[in-house]
Design a protein around this ligand. Structure first.
Ligand code: NDP
Length: 266
């Protein structure tokens, strides 16, 4: 819902707007009788059958459940970030990189995501600057060495020991305010794009203690889409830390749906 053009979802040769894709999926599900309740689920009870969900102060009973609550991008929470999101500030290079053809962009972070975003961006941007708060990357050696290859090729620059403290610009991003963590010196540098890649948080708070989660809070999957609770399944980024694409999440949704049918039959 938050992205603009989705160019990597099959079946849309010209791309599709994120919200349009979502509303088409909703209509398609409704054609088969799906009822959509637009309320936040605030509590779940998987202890007995049927399972119980509380949403909007009302209790819902279910014979089976698919958890597909996704994961949220971590944001820096700094001035200008909310206002310029979608106007130069992004968190998804595979989605937005083509908009930055021949432009100067920055990537913030030092993990594998940041390396991956930077590598994707080198195919479009004039130059990619990685801004990292420490003097070493957390990313795997393999990803780091790919990035270092791009540094040697002059496509990537690395700014170490630096925190991004502000995004500046009128209609779109124009500058990034950067603070050196060693000298505390603050300066502005011109960029047309900024990709925040500082990790994701799975939306699993209400499931804590109800299904098994890993140490980072992602739902644990057994046998592809099953949780440790029989009849409760998972699909998408709430479990998948690796692919994190709309099309892979939709594929997981199909797998979980088929498992639900099998479970209900049994
Ligand atoms: P990570 O948690 O691995 O890395 C987050 C990075 O962001 C760290 O370098 C961290 O800095 C930095 N960071 C966190 N918070 C802030 C902040 N507030 N301000 C500035 N910097 C911050 O997340 P990723 O999304 O990179 O990766 C998640 C998982 O997915 C990992 O297991 C990763 O290996 C995997 N992955 C694998 C890929 C692949 O193999 N192709 C591609 C993408 C992800 P610091 O280093 O100082 O902690």
């Amino acid at each position: 819902m938050l992205t603009t053009t989705v160019d990597n979802y099959p079946g849309f040769p010209e791309g599709v707007q994120g919200p349009d894709l979502m509303s088409a999926m909703r209509k398609q599900a409704q054609r088969f009788g799906a009822e959509v309740v637009e309320k936040n689920v605030t509590a779940v009870d998987f202890a007995g059958k049927p399972f119980k969900l509380t949403a909007g102060g009302k209790e819902y009973l279910a014979k089976s459940i698919i958890i597909a609550t996704g994961a949220e991008t971590n944001w820096l929470g700094i001035p200008g970030e909310d206002r310029l999101r979608g106007r130069g500030v992004s968190s998804c290079a595979p989605c937005d990189a083509p908009f930055f053809k021949n432009k100067n962009v920055a990537v913030i972070g030092g993990g594998d995501s940041a390396m991956e975003e930077a590598l994707v961006l080198t195919k479009y941007a004039t130059k990619v600057t990685i801004i990292h708060r420490r003097d070493a990357f957390k990313a795997s050696k393999a990803m780091q060495s790919k990035v270092m290859g791009q540094v040697q090729a002059g496509k990537v620059e690395i700014v170490w020991d630096s925190e991004v403290v502000g995004f500046l610009g009128e209609a779109t991003l124009e500058k990034i305010r950067i603070k050196n963590t060693k000298t505390s010196e603050v300066g502005d540098r011109a960029f047309e794009g900024a990709f925040v890649a500082i990790g994701h948080n799975p939306s699993t708070e209400i499931f804590r203690g109800k299904v098994d989660l890993d140490e980072k809070g992602y739902a644990k999957a057994f046998d592809h889409t099953k949780t440790n609770v029989e009849g409760v399944f998972i699909a998408g980024d709430v479990h998948d830390t690796h692919y994190r694409q709309a099309v892979t999440a939709a594929g997981f949704g199909c797998m979980a749906g088929m498992e639900v049918l099998k479970y209900l039959d049994k």
